[in-house]
Design a protein around this ligand. Structure first.
Ligand code: MLT
Length: 244
């Protein structure tokens, strides 16, 4: 039997391009490879119970009132907000720190893409570290159309998100690809032999390296490191989905 697939796939270069009509009833994957969805994926792979992406630092702080044991994580200008438990580096969240924990995550672009495009039929978050899992999730979706949203950076295309979107397209079975899906796929195929170097040259990668976070870029470039991904449940929290 061949690989099952959704009927069509579309890719957006930024979340700002997405009209709610574009995602309604569709299976949506949000991608922010540097670093929000890499970090979210890592937390769940390392045993976090559930993650709630929130738009603002204040929303995260308010959650602590309701759930005192929650971990507050995220960034503004790539650094952890004051009084948060951690930043937005995947390396900060080993199993010993996150096992069984609930986590609120707020970032400049990635979690905004998730919260602003929430009208979808189903939603997952992925990156290069679990692109294959994202493709499997799309293929197993009961929904006919798939959409991948590259979060971008403040309304501009971010190369690392575009490449990760292309990596997801690469894992899909036969379906109708939009030209943007083809473009992202072609970019991924070209960059695949040197993902780490390409991510380091990308604007945001170079900025993270300049701020001393080069290991995050290296980690984020590791294709299919994790077999599962975060999928939004009915209560809005993202939990691990991990099916062959
Ligand atoms: C974002 O959401 O803009 C990013 O994840 C920024 C970062 O690298 O922390």
């Amino acid at each position: 039997m061949g690989i099952r697939s959704i009927r069509s796939i579309e890719v957006y270069g930024t979340w700002q391009e997405v009209d709610p009509e574009h995602v309604r009833g569709k299976a949506v994957v949000v991608v922010d490879a540097l670093r929000a969805t890499t970090t979210l994926s890592t937390m769940l792979a390392h045993g976090a119970q559930a993650i709630l992406p929130v738009e603002s630092v204040d929303e995260a702080r308010a959650l602590r009132q309701k759930i005192p044991q929650i971990i507050l994580s995220g960034e503004r200008n790539n650094e952890p907000p004051m009084d948060f438990d951690g930043g937005n580096s995947p390396l900060e969240y080993p199993p010993a720190r996150v096992l069984g924990r609930r986590i609120a995550l707020t970032t400049t672009n990635g979690t905004k893409a998730i919260t602003r495009c929430s009208d979808s039929g189903a939603m997952a978050a992925a990156a290069l570290v679990n692109a294959g899992a994202a493709a499997r999730w799309l293929c197993q979706s009961e929904l006919e159309g798939g959409v991948i949203i590259s979060a971008g950076d403040r309304g501009q295309l971010a190369l690392e998100d575009w490449l990760a979107s292309g990596a997801i397209v690469d894992g899909l079975g036969p379906c109708q690809w939009s030209d943007r899906a083809r473009a992202a796929h072609l970019a991924f195929v070209g960059a695949k032999p040197r993902l780490q170097a390409v991510l380091s040259e990308a604007n945001h990668g170079a900025q993270l390296i300049a701020q001393g976070m080069g290991r995050d870029v290296e980690f984020s470039a590791s294709l299919d490191r994790f077999p599962g991904l975060g999928v939004r449940a009915e209560d809005g929290w993202f939990r691990l989905w991990n099916r062959p």
